[in-house]
Design a protein around this ligand. Structure first.
Ligand code: DLL
Length: 432
């Protein structure tokens, strides 16, 4: 068990972490130069060679990689190992264009599962736990990643995958699941269903490990209260391995990035300039231990802040804030930048559940924003005559947050489709 809470790594001094990163980065850059012609060409075009990279302080000299590069090099163009050494493929859930595929050697899988095991242990997991994994299995990394991590910790692992909510609840009750792993939107749905089916008090859950999509602090509180658990955030992306790139500890104030495997930078998304810690910007990762699919300076499009304040859990690895949205999720409505997460915060502050849909359209050359919000059954039956008034209150609260008018439509309980994986919150009809 000790293997996965590794204080000598997770609580190492900054000097020690930097020394690992320097050594591994230099090796990785040389490896990519030697084995990935696509990236070597990029380096040559930018006038940089492996000899220019002596440590983390030289990272900024390397060119960025973006999702477009991954699509261009699809499927095998960024492989650094012969196919014979690769044992697994995972893929992103992209709905348009070519999918992004990532490759793993057995060693890559081992390190990825270690990262997920660290996350489970940081959420209090031990070999006494029953870990209920209802992230999707298959090409999506959520199920396989947390499944592997759970095995490493020694938990009894339930590879449930997503869907069939009644069966999920039945297994949770019968087998006494103690740790729940799924998207936060599915956790909210499970909580709602457990209450509805009268099984909430039969659950033995103590912790949840929720990620793969943006979720607000208000949503965390709601899930924690409804399920009587502590809800931990977990972050990751297929290109860099999957879940477990970073994870929350008991302090719940940001996610520790596994800095022995990934170097994180924050950049200005418009200029590419590296920004100091504490500044909001786009998160960029360099994977320094990956064998099959090592990405250097990969732009995630996720907007967040890095902090290095001392953490009460003792871990010293840098923390990233909850992503505030993706730069490509940001909606520009009437020229104003709107993140779906801002809308969620307002709704939850006003006591609405996290079941909502954002509809953006263009009518007579002007953008329109509508937010359909589901009411709880109690609120619905108690306030039938006051719906217009309640809609007006929400319009005002949204205006104060976003600075623009949003039409609000309160809809009946259960009328917005529930998600079993990542929730689709936004319908942008301008793009259809
Ligand atoms: O979502 C990996 C994952 C699975 C993470 C399970 C956590 C739990 P992708 O499908 O490649 O991989 O999507 C990656 O999802 O760039 C973020 O925009 C978003 N994302 C992931 N975790 C979080 C999180 C998985 N905790 C993309 N908060 C990332 C907000 C998240 N957004």
């Amino acid at each position: 068990m000790e293997r996965y809470y590794q204080p000598e790594i997770e609580c190492a001094s900054r000097e020690q972490i930097l020394s690992w990163q320097n050594e591994r980065l230099v090796k990785q850059v040389r490896n990519v130069w030697d084995h990935v012609p696509y990236y070597r060409k990029k380096m040559e075009e930018n006038g940089v060679s492996p000899d220019d990279i002596k440590g983390v302080e030289d990272l900024h000299k390397l060119p960025f990689l973006t999702k477009d590069d991954l699509r261009e090099a699809y499927p095998y163009g960024l492989l650094a190992k012969p196919l014979g050494d690769c044992v697994r493929i995972q893929s992103t859930s992209g709905t348009t264009g070519k999918r992004v595929v990532a490759f793993y050697t057995q060693h890559d899988l081992d390190l990825w599962e270690d990262c997920c095991a660290r996350a489970i242990m940081a959420a209090g997991g031990t070999n006494e736990d029953v870990c209920h994994v209802c992230y999707g299995y298959g090409l999506f990394t959520g199920g396989p990643g947390l499944n592997g991590g759970s095995h490493r910790v020694g938990c009894l692992t339930l590879p449930m995958s997503s869907g069939n909510t009644e069966r999920q609840l039945q297994f949770m009750v019968d087998l006494g699941s103690t740790i729940l792993c799924c998207t936060p939107s599915y956790a909210a749905y499970l909580a709602e269903s457990a209450i509805e089916h009268g099984v909430r008090d039969k659950l033995k859950l103590k912790a949840g490990i929720f990620g793969a999509e943006a979720w607000s602090e208000e949503m965390r509180q709601d899930i924690q209260n409804k399920l009587g658990i502590k809800a931990y955030d977990i972050y990751g992306l297929t290109e860099i391995s999957g879940p477990g790139v970073s994870f929350e500890c008991s302090e719940q104030t940001g996610m520790h990035i596994n800095e022995d495997h990934f170097i994180a930078e924050i950049i200005d998304p418009n200029t590419g300039e590296v920004l100091p810690d504490g500044t909001k910007g786009e998160l960029v990762f360099t994977s320094i231990t990956k064998e099959a699919f090592p990405l250097l300076r990969y732009r995630t499009r996720d907007i967040c802040v890095l902090t290095r304040e001392k953490c009460s859990c003792g871990r010293t690895h840098v923390k990233m804030s909850k992503p505030m949205g993706r730069s490509d999720d940001m909606l520009i409505i009437k020229g104003v930048n709107v993140f779906p997460s801002q809308i969620e915060t307002v709704l939850m502050e006003q006591g609405y559940p996290a079941n909502y849909q954002i509809i953006v359209d263009r009518v007579n050359h002007s953008d329109t924003l509508e937010v359909q919000v589901e009411m709880t059954p109690e609120r619905f039956s108690d306030n039938l005559g006051k719906i217009t008034e309640m809609e007006k209150e929400l319009v005002a609260a949204l205006k104060a947050m976003l600075g623009i008018y949003a039409k609000v439509t309160l809809v009946a309980p259960k009328s917005i489709t529930r998600s079993e994986g990542k929730a689709v919150r936004v319908i942008d009809k301008r793009k259809i």
